[in-house]
Design a protein around this ligand. Structure first.
Ligand SMILES: Cc1cc2nc3c(=O)[nH]c(=O)nc-3n(C[C@H](O)[C@H](O)[C@H](O)COP(=O)(O)OP(=O)(O)OC[C@H]3O[C@@H](n4cnc5c(N)ncnc54)[C@H](O)[C@@H]3O)c2cc1C
Length: 508
């Protein structure tokens, strides 16, 4: 954890103790908040709408044994610069399980399927130049510029959503090829010319990035993280972080409590929730809401100011869909693939191979398809069976072994865009319409005693790091908030409908 937070937390430990706080949502943000608030001497209640704890951290196991092969349906890698995430991995005693996550473009034996042409990653730029033609073969530009541009287009095509792929091609045609031509690119090619060092290129040439479209410029941060060589994973599954936090928190976590309304009053917050078909009401001195805004906007909200309501309504979420195959064999290892990802073609995009060894016989798991944006929506709108068939058929073009009888033992998939409890993959800061700096600060802004945390409230959206950082910021605000000078007279004023169970957790 960085020094500022350590200092802030030390100051907090001298602040008033014994506050009672209701946390909405048992994802990583809610759990970290509960853990830290209890450590600071406060009492916490956690309400979770779904039957499951963990939110967008979800390790799916193919089998009932604890060490059965698994797929990460949500978060799967931790950049080594994500200090907050790694702090909790360490605190929860999981550091010895950290190991390298081999990412896309790191395994040169992985495949690419571009318009039916299947080739190894290492041959990609040469073949892509031939395929793309146009600017990539325009001899008005040097061989190096054309090769570099083909690589860049390949990386963006593999990682980014549709609109950004087109946007790069347009930018290259109109001015970026000229820009590349002016630069000495030789230092960014590997010796065998099989790959480029995009990290170093972007670091040395910030001007290039600034000349890309705004959306693509913003997305470069994600591309750089996704292709960086220092990504980590927790061997045995990311969900271990969730379970260790759950064990470390004293508060009971109540699942199946679906919050339906939040009413902000001067000194307290009223929460309505549904459980077993019955509506209940709870009044709380302080509430920390980690419910994604894509879900929150459908709830009944009272006492919120206009700017806040606009932020809840307008925060942009990008869909994400994952489909994982439990396979009888890790047949890709025979092809020299030990992790990393293939680009399995339109509609399916990235296919990830495990870079951990499972404790299993011969069976293994491949994340057959990981999509975001339009591709994710398309897969998300299919029935599960259609989606699984489509992915199997498409990935089979790269890996015909999948067609062997019984090779796919089981399938697990999730379309986060349709998932009731997040209604989206993650918030985005690279949409043309969004001004993320303003929007995340607004998303995090409290409403009286109602505070907010979650990846949508952070400058690291779509990462655990962001969820955790926002939780720490919110804790600081809650704990340092002075109790209202006018005593709370809530219960008499609270509207309690007939047959409602009323819980109170306020002092007074
Ligand atoms: C496909 C995918 C891949 C990702 N990959 C990575 C990665 O590799 N590395 C990384 O660091 N991050 C990754 N992320 C991002 C990371 O998973 C999220 O940032 C993080 O898990 C979000 O945590 P949170 O607590 O902010 O929200 P959530 O985990 O969504 O928690 C919110 C909780 O609120 C609950 N809830 C919702 N509605 C209600 C309601 N009405 N009443 C009560 N409870 C409710 C939900 O069930 C949920 O448990 C990925 C995300 C996705 C979707």
């Amino acid at each position: 954890m960085d020094t500022k937070f350590m200092l802030d937390m030390c100051q907090l430990s001298n602040a008033e103790k014994g506050k009672k706080i209701t946390i909405l949502g048992a994802g990583i943000a809610g759990l970290v908040a509960a853990y830290e608030l209890e450590k600071l001497g406060h009492e916490v209640t956690i309400m979770e709408g779904s039957p499951r704890i963990g939110g967008r951290v979800w390790t799916h196991r193919f089998g009932s044994e604890q060490d059965a092969p698994y797929a990460e349906l949500g978060a799967m890698r931790i950049p080594s610069s994500h200090n907050h995430t790694l702090h909790y991995v360490d605190k929860m005693g999981l550091s010895d399980k950290l190991c390298k996550f081999v990412t896309v473009f790191e395994e040169q034996n992985a495949f690419m399927n571009v318009k039916g042409n299947i080739f190894r990653m290492k041959d990609a730029p040469r073949i892509l130049q031939e395929r793309y033609q146009g600017i990539y073969t325009d001899t008005g530009y040097s061989e190096q510029t054309r090769l570099f541009a083909a690589w860049l287009q390949t990386i963006v095509n593999t990682i980014s959503p549709g609109n950004l792929r087109d946007s790069l091609e347009k930018d290259l045609r109109s001015h970026l090829m000229d820009e590349l031509e002016r630069l000495d690119l030789s230092q960014y090619f590997s010796e065998d010319m099989e790959t480029i060092d995009l990290q170093a290129f972007i670091k040395d040439n910030p001007g290039f990035r600034a000349r890309c479209s705004k959306a693509l410029d913003m997305f470069f941060s994600d591309i750089l993280v996704e292709t960086s060589h220092d990504l980590l994973q927790i061997k045995g599954g990311m969900e271990q972080l969730i379970w260790r936090l759950v064990e470390s928190v004293k508060a009971e976590i109540r699942c199946n409590q679906q919050v339906t309304a939040i009413r902000v009053r001067e000194n307290f917050v009223q929460i309505d929730w549904l459980e077993n078909g019955e509506l209940h009401t709870r009044i709380s001195d302080y509430v920390l809401c980690t419910i994604p805004f894509s879900v929150l906007r459908k709830l009944e909200l009272e006492g919120f100011d206009e700017r806040k309501l606009a932020s809840i309504k307008e925060t942009i979420y990008c869909p994400a869909t994952k489909v994982a195959f439990h396979t009888q064999q890790a047949f890709w290892e025979k092809q020299g693939i030990n992790g990393g990802a293939s680009f399995s073609g339109e509609g399916v995009r990235q296919t990830y191979y495990p870079s951990v060894k499972f404790n299993s016989n011969n069976d293994s798991v491949m994340l057959a398809s990981y999509t975001i944006g339009d591709d994710a929506d398309r897969l998300g709108n299919m029935s599960e069976q259609e989606r699984h068939n489509f992915v199997k058929t498409t990935v089979s073009k790269v890996h015909p072994e999948l067609q062997a009888k019984g090779m796919i033992a089981d399938v697990a998939s999730i379309a986060w865009g349709n998932y009731k409890w997040s209604a989206g993959g993650c918030t985005v800061h690279w949409s043309d319409e969004s001004n993320h700096t303003i929007s995340y600060l607004e998303a995090a802004r409290p409403q009286n005693n109602l505070f907010f945390a979650g990846e949508h409230c952070s400058k690291y959206p779509a990462w655990l790091q962001g969820s955790i950082e926002s939780a720490l910021e919110a804790i600081y605000d809650i704990v340092s908030k002075k109790p209202a000078s006018t005593p709370f007279i809530g219960m008499e004023n609270a509207t309690v409908k007939k047959n409602q169970l009323v819980e109170t957790n306020f002092v007074g």
